[in-house]
Design a protein around this ligand. Structure first.
Ligand code: PRP
Length: 209
């Protein structure tokens, strides 16, 4: 059995649809209930829904053989897993945003609110800008509005959240998309099964281009 951790939510549903099209369907997953684990013995797959930011933990520790996680999570937490494939889903970007009229004063330490403290620290270290990081867990956009920070480092998908809060992108740090990841030991011991799924899913990704 191949244990597969999917990110719960809209992205996870798209990922499942891709795996289904690749021949790894599990019809019971579409039953509308609150179950978290679904199995198809014939196809030798067991899916489970986990919080998107937890997928890499399940895979790193071997509770899942493979999973799908955002590049943002992989860069932020650097889990010890193999990154096998860019699924070209969940595309967005990591960006610096601020009130549209914000002008950076380089003589002052820049206050940066974010959930992604490692990504933000690496970005500002790379451009040699001194910052004070304020770690938040959600509603990051509030921070510059209330004067808690000067800027934010956050995910921008459509840009609607920024727009509706009178914020604008100042710099794009990097593009983000969903990645297929594998546990390192599973990749040795279930290599054949993982490679076969990888080939089929890769065909799906290429056919969506
Ligand atoms: C992300 C991000 C922004 C929003 C951007 O939040 O933190 O708030 O999406 O999307 P948009 O550009 O399409 O408006 P998410 O919905 O993942 O929730 P979270 O803040 O609770 O993580």
């Amino acid at each position: 059995m191949l244990n597969i951790a999917l990110p719960k939510g809209r992205l996870g549903e798209k990922v499942y649809a891709m795996f289904e099209a690749a021949g790894f369907e599990c019809p019971s997953i579409k039953e509308n209930n609150r179950k978290l684990i679904f199995e198809n013995a014939e196809k030798q797959v067991r899916y489970f829904w986990v919080k998107p930011s937890d997928v890499a933990i399940y895979v790193e520790r071997g509770a899942a053989d493979i999973g799908v996680a955002g590049k943002d999570i992989l860069l932020e937490y650097e889990p010890d897993v193999y990154e096998l494939l860019d699924l070209n889903l969940g595309k967005c970007r990591m960006a610096v945003a601020a009130p549209a009229d914000f002008r950076d004063n380089e003589n002052r330490t820049l206050r940066v609110a974010t959930k992604f403290t490692n990504i933000a620290a690496a970005y500002y270290a790379g451009i040699g800008r001194q910052i004070d990081i304020i770690k938040l867990n959600g509603s990051i956009e509030l921070a510059p509005i209330l004067g808690l920070s000067d800027v934010i480092v956050d995910i921008v998908e459509t840009g609607t959240t920024l727009k509706e809060n009178n914020l604008a992108v100042m710099q794009t740090i990097l593009p983000i998309s969903a990645r297929l990841i594998a546990n390192k030991a599973s990749f040795q011991f279930k290599g054949r099964q993982i490679e076969s799924l990888l080939d089929q899913v890769r065909n799906q990704v290429n056919s969506c281009d």
